[in-house]
Design a protein around this ligand. Structure first.
Ligand code: SF4
Ligand code: SF4
Length: 285
């Protein structure tokens, strides 16, 4: 068996940051055992998995978050850019350390189920914690996109974060004042939205999340939308209406998303747009 150099983890993190990540952490593969469903644990993908390396980055810029047009954020998802960093990390582990490294595909294995939960991996690797709105928030960087590599290398694991970024101080104040938080207010389950929850002893407690409803708003111009519009076009007997479906804005945007992948993958973002913890710490003018 190859022996890891004593500075293996530091070198790995340096490689990830040089490749474009803003955060990199390591979780033990064993830590997934009690938390992830069978079939979606690191060892289910890679025989002999010992560690899981998580890189985060490619997040929207501060200017994107405050853009006047909602179409700015909705038209330029950068989520796949962090995947090239994950591939670089996998390549580095195999080439420099001599251990197997499996880049976890960012898509789903079946239905809406990922191969391995990236959110759980980021939490276990100490890179952030789950927010009331859903996404993992890093205290330092806010909302990030994630890429995950499972490896047989016995890397030292990082500890999960002790203090979550959510609820942010302004959310605590808002809860005292109005009994809600920015994310709950913008997408309330009780009024056609997806989120419900409360703050309890200063901690966020999520009581409901309508995943199916959220998915239809987040992935509007993605594969599901393509399938739905195509079915409608095939069922439409009127030639002019069929043309409207196929050449209209919705189907055109969807094709941009599906074929170019960096355009219009994710559309909603509203719970993160209003979240004071999602955009990083550094104030800008
Ligand atoms: S992404 Fe949009 S639809 Fe989903 S929970 Fe957030 S605000 Fe609601
Ligand atoms: S707005 Fe952000 S920080 Fe505030 S409660 Fe919602 S997810 Fe948490």
């Amino acid at each position: 068996m190859a022996t890891l150099p004593p500075d293996a983890k530091a070198r790995l993190k340096e490689t990830a940051l040089r490749a474009g990540a803003v955060a990199c952490g390591v979780a033990s593969a064993a830590a997934f055992e009690p938390l992830a469903p069978a079939g979606h644990r690191p060892g289910d993908l890679l025989p002999g998995a010992r560690s899981v390396v998580v890189v985060g980055g490619a997040q929207p810029r501060a200017g994107d978050w405050i853009a006047r047009s909602p179409w700015v954020l909705e038209s330029m998802s950068t989520t796949e850019r962090i995947q090239s960093v994950g591939r670089r990390v996998a390549q580095f582990i195999e080439a420099d350390f001599g251990y197997y490294a499996l880049f976890v595909p960012p898509g789903t294995e079946s239905g809406m189920n990922p191969f391995v939960s990236f959110m759980l991996a980021a939490e276990l690797a100490g890179l952030g914690s789950r927010s009331l709105a859903g996404p993992i928030l890093s205290r330092e960087h806010g909302m990030l996109y994630w890429s995950v590599v499972v490896t047989t290398a016995p890397l030292e694991a990082d500890s999960p974060e002790a203090e979550p970024a959510c609820p942010a101080p302004p959310c605590r104040e808002m809860w005292e004042r109005e009994g809600t938080t920015p994310c709950l207010k913008v997408c309330p389950a009780s009024a056609g939205g997806c989120l419900d929850g409360r703050l309890e002893n200063g901690r966020a407690v999520r009581t409901s999340y309508d995943r199916d409803r959220c998915q239809t708003r987040v992935h509007t111009h993605w594969i599901g939308g393509f399938q739905k519009a195509l079915e409608q076009a095939l069922d439409e007997p009127d030639r002019e209406r069929r043309k409207m479906i196929l050449y209209g804005d919705f189907f055109t945007r969807t094709l941009w998303a599906v074929t170019y992948s960096s355009t219009n993958i994710a559309q909603c973002f509203e719970c993160m747009r209003v979240c004071p913890a999602a955009h990083g710490l550094r104030p800008l003018e």
